[in-house]
Design a protein around this ligand. Structure first.
Ligand code: PLP
Length: 399
């Protein structure tokens, strides 16, 4: 017997839930790409992309996913032989390091493990040791979607400044934009990357790179630049086609227009941040209760170091893997696989799962997921503390 028939819920950290309104906005005939509404709308999207990043800087849109957005940032930032200091707090930090290294950039990794945020002291120390000033940029992932550690971006900027080092700061906000507070200009961020399919609630297919005047100046002669990724032509397009280096991502743009209206004009960015914070706390309260008796725990110990859009947790004895299967087959909820905590095939792979709570997600959806996990634990005989759904409801009730 299965109770999964009904609207399925993909509760993984991207692609996230797409609002029906975004889908409806995309459901239209192909528009004229040479003039007309698409052109007028693109200007409003560029303005709103600045609002969502809290910046007066520049933005380039690419037809790509997050990996492509990394490559866009990498190729504009660096020349061959430059050095990057990559701060790693999970698998996505490692992946960004690999993507820049493969381009011929020298990479120095500072690995902080998978349970705590990057430490300012070590960053300052590494930059002070760079006497020749070879480090061109520090690469930071705000929320590492694998470990679900959230870094303190302003603190990293302060660590760079206190070393008296000129390195640029580039931040991956793919998992956190629109979910966790991010203030590009106030925090002194030079480059930021994001993609459409997470907090922005649009299907995968758009990657974004924001950059400051300083980044534009410092990176002017970067020799990894290629025609497709070059951010200047896009951000300062003279002709409409230059925004996208070819055909515009027509339908994605209509979807994005709708989602930005929902996020910025209807809900409001600070309210969206507050919603994500409260829903994250709801998840954490349930996991803490389950962990009272049973091998169940949040991956990141300190609440201030946890992302608000996704939560990684341990359910030992292979319980996490069994739960993922049960929740999908019996209840129509798909939970996230572990990333970077163990390799597929290793026994520990079955001990971790992730719950995505990013974007178009509200209290009933999160309480539903937690109630389903609770049911799965009962059905599978996984030892767990009682009162998790009560504890989650109390957090929602206090909103
Ligand atoms: C999802 C994600 C990526 C990769 O995005 P893809 O679209 O899968 O290429 C990179 N960094 C972070 C932080 C992410 O959450």
């Amino acid at each position: 017997m299965t109770l999964s028939h009904g609207r399925p819920y993909l509760a993984i950290p991207g692609p996230s839930v797409i609002p029906d309104r975004v889908l409806a906005a995309m459901h239209r005939p192909s528009p004229n790409i040479y003039e007309g509404p698409l052109h007028d709308m693109t200007a409003t999207i560029l303005a709103d992309l600045r609002r969502v990043a809290c910046t007066a800087g520049h933005v380039a849109i690419y037809i790509t996913n997050g990996h492509g957005a990394w490559e866009a940032a990498n190729t504009n930032l660096f020349s061959r032989g430059d050095r990057a200091l990559v701060l790693v707090t999970g698998l996505f930090g490692t992946s960004w390091a690999n993507s820049v290294q493969r381009l011929g950039v020298e990479v120095e990794v500072l690995d902080f493990g998978k349970r705590v945020r990057a430490d300012a002291g070590r960053i300052t120390e590494a930059l002070r040791a760079d006497k020749e000033g070879r480090i061109k940029a520090v690469l930071l992932t705000q929320t590492d979607t694998a470990s679900t550690v959230r870094n303190d971006v302003a603190e990293v900027r302060a660590a760079i400044d206190s070393a008296g080092h000129p390195a640029l700061l580039a931040v991956d906000c793919i998992a956190s934009l629109g979910c966790d507070p991010f203030r590009m200009d106030d925090w002194g961020v030079d480059v930021m990357v994001a993609a459409s399919q997470k907090g922005l609630m649009v299907p995968p297919g758009l990657g974004f790179v924001w950059f400051s005047d300083k980044a534009l100046r410092v990176c002017k002669g970067a020799d990894l630049r290629t025609p497709y990724w070059d951010w200047e032509a896009r951000a300062f397009a003279q002709e409409y086609w230059q925004y996208f280096c070819g055909t515009a991502p027509t339908h994605h743009l209509f979807g994005l227009r709708e989602s930005l209206t929902m996020l910025l004009d209807e809900e409001g960015l600070s309210q969206a941040w507050a919603r994500h914070e409260r829903l994250a706390q709801t998840v954490w309260a349930a996991v803490d209760a389950w962990g009272q008796s049973g091998d169940i725990a949040l991956n990141v110990e300190r609440p201030t170091e946890r992302g608000w859009s996704v939560t990684s947790l341990r359910v030992g004895g292979g319980g996490a893997g069994q739960l993922r299967r049960w929740c999908e087959e019996k209840a129509g909820v798909t939970l996230g696989i572990p990333l970077g905590m163990a390799e597929p095939g290793e026994a520990a792979y079955g001990d971790y799962l992730r719950i995505g709570h990013m974007g178009h997600v509200n209290a009933h959806m999160v309480l539903g997921v937690l109630g389903v996990i609770e049911a799965g634990m009962q059905a599978l005989g996984i030892a767990h503390g009682k009162g998790a759904v009560d504890a989650a409801a109390a957090v929602v009730a206090g909103a």
